[in-house]
Design a protein around this ligand. Structure first.
Ligand code: DHB
Length: 491
């Protein structure tokens, strides 16, 4: 009997001590000690598990693996921060944690950190472009399935994954959050040799998500049409005018509700944005920011039912050297939108028109997004009806399908709403918690893009924390104190 037991143990160990499942491996004894010095000098120690391939049929060895970093004290119940470094819809490497961003902070706070690599529009092997849409998203989903497959042997709780990304990475974060376990991706994941596991996440952090790509051109022109740079451009203005018009139809069809449950229409949308920007400015002012008079805001000593000022309205104590500040109200009560939008466009020149599906319109070259939806031969393609039409073409079905799979808005199902294209399926699971930030002077996509995402999620019943972050350009992983307080609050 003893002999049989011994032989069984040896046999198990020879096939990896049970560390190979569904053709994928993870060995908890393979960890390597490492450390990270934080900006304040604190040294955070961790155990690293690197180069873990998350699919059986690896097509691109440079990207299709993930790294796991386990801080001291982490257990199987510790939440996981999964940070994607996707930017510009390009391929992203599975990096090491960085002291200055959310990965370093997460390790310091005791979270398990996972950094997956993923293919993107520029990744190539043997002259084949390996990462055209929706491959990058599939890689992230496969990485999550891998974490679930080994949840019992790996530190960290795969039921408490918080995904974090910025820009195209923020879009991916939104996609992962919105499309959990959706059968639309199953066949492709199966072909890749992804684990047969769930791929939903607990929470999604989306910094300036470059998303809703088929409506992003409309949103951009609707927002920026009145700016002096657009108005001055005889070439771009006709395009801008047409796209602006289309946004009105789109927003009316969406039938979104604002935070108070009031229907959002093309007629009241600019006012909704004004309120969001006032909220942004007031939040910053309460925290001590000085808001220039030149941006278009109006101030008052009287509240308009907004937020209370900091210090209960008392003037802050200024350093002795500072000249006396002009008397100005503590409350932000109004905003001249055209003035503010001109300011935004003044901080960085606007994109061209169309901002995303640029290829061929007015003879313009392909954008990052045109490449994202292009072919494995490295070609680029139009992906909106508008730009395809301008080029005298129809959209191929394959492109239409990929655009659909790459838009989180399609997968957020508001009950009984005409705005929901996708019906809820039994397996499909949307992340419960959402942290969405977009810089109040970010011009990489129009404000309506992240706001619509937030409002739709809110209406569908998810927990949404949304802000146009004051004075932030196109960027992410900022205000980490606030972000980590939020992460704590949802655990
Ligand atoms: C990113 C920025 C863009 O303006 C864009 O169109 C796509 C991606 C980015 O920073 O990831």
């Amino acid at each position: 009997m003893k002999k049989i037991l011994f032989a069984t143990v040896i046999a198990l160990c020879l096939c990896g001590c049970g560390h190979t499942r569904q053709g994928l491996s993870f060995n908890p004894h393979d960890g390597v000690e490492g450390e990270l010095t934080m900006p304040d000098g604190e040294v955070v120690k961790y155990t690293a598990y690197e180069h873990l391939y998350y699919v059986r049929n690896v097509e691109d060895t440079a990207y299709q693996y993930l790294n796991v970093y386990v801080p001291e004290g982490a257990t199987k119940t510790t939440p996981i921060l999964l940070r994607t470094y996707i930017g510009g819809y390009m391929a992203a490497k599975a990096r090491k944690p960085q002291a200055g961003d959310a990965t370093g902070r997460a390790l310091k706070e005791g979270y398990v950190v996972v950094i997956p690599g993923s293919r993107g529009r520029n990744s190539m092997q043997d002259n084949v472009y390996t990462g055209r849409a929706p491959k990058g998203l599939l890689d992230l989903k496969a990485a999550i399935r891998y974490l679930r497959l080994f949840d019992r042997t790996m530190p960290g709780n795969a039921e408490r994954i918080i995904i974090d990304g910025t820009s195209a990475g923020g879009a991916m974060s939104a996609l992962v959050g919105a499309t959990g376990n959706h059968p639309a991706y199953d066949a492709m994941l199966s072909d890749m040799g992804a684990a047969k596991e769930k791929d939903d996440v607990y929470a999604a952090i989306c910094f300036c998500p470059i998303t809703d790509l088929e409506h992003a051109d409309m949103a951009y022109e609707w927002l920026f049409n009145g700016t002096s740079s657009r108005q001055r451009s005889a070439q771009l203005l006709p395009i801008s005018n047409q796209l602006k018009e289309q946004f009105s139809n789109y927003i009316n069809d969406l039938k979104l509700k604002d935070w108070d449950g009031k229907e959002v229409t093309a007629d009241n949308y600019m006012d909704l944005l004004r309120r969001e920007l006032i909220r942004s400015a007031q939040t910053a002012k309460n925290a001590g920011a000085d808001i220039s008079d030149t941006l278009g805001f109006a101030f008052s000593q009287e509240t308009m039912g907004g937020m209370p000022p900091i210090n209960g309205g008392k003037k802050s104590v200024l350093p002795m050297m500072q000249p006396p500040q002009p008397q100005r109200g503590e409350y932000v009560i109004g905003l001249d939108m055209q003035r503010y939008l001109n300011y935004v466009a003044g901080t960085q020149p606007l994109k061209t028109a169309p901002a995303f599906d640029t290829k061929g319109v007015l003879g313009q070259p392909a954008s990052a997004e045109n490449e994202l939806f292009g072919g494995t031969d490295g070609s680029s393609t139009n992906f909106t009806v508008y730009s395809a039409y301008k080029n005298g073409k129809d959209l191929p079905k394959e492109v239409v399908d990929n655009v659909y799979l790459m838009n989180p808005m399609n997968f957020i199902v508001v009950k009984d709403s005409e705005g929901s294209k996708t019906k809820k399926t039994e397996k499909h699971s949307v992340a419960q918690h959402w942290y969405i930030r977009h810089g109040a002077r970010d011009r990489d996509t129009g404000f309506p893009v992240p706001l619509n995402l937030a409002l739709k999620l809110n209406e569908a019943g998810y927990n949404v924390n949304f802000l146009l972050a004051w004075n932030r350009p196109h960027s992410g992983d900022y205000a980490l104190d606030e972000l980590f307080a939020w992460m704590k609050s949802i655990m």
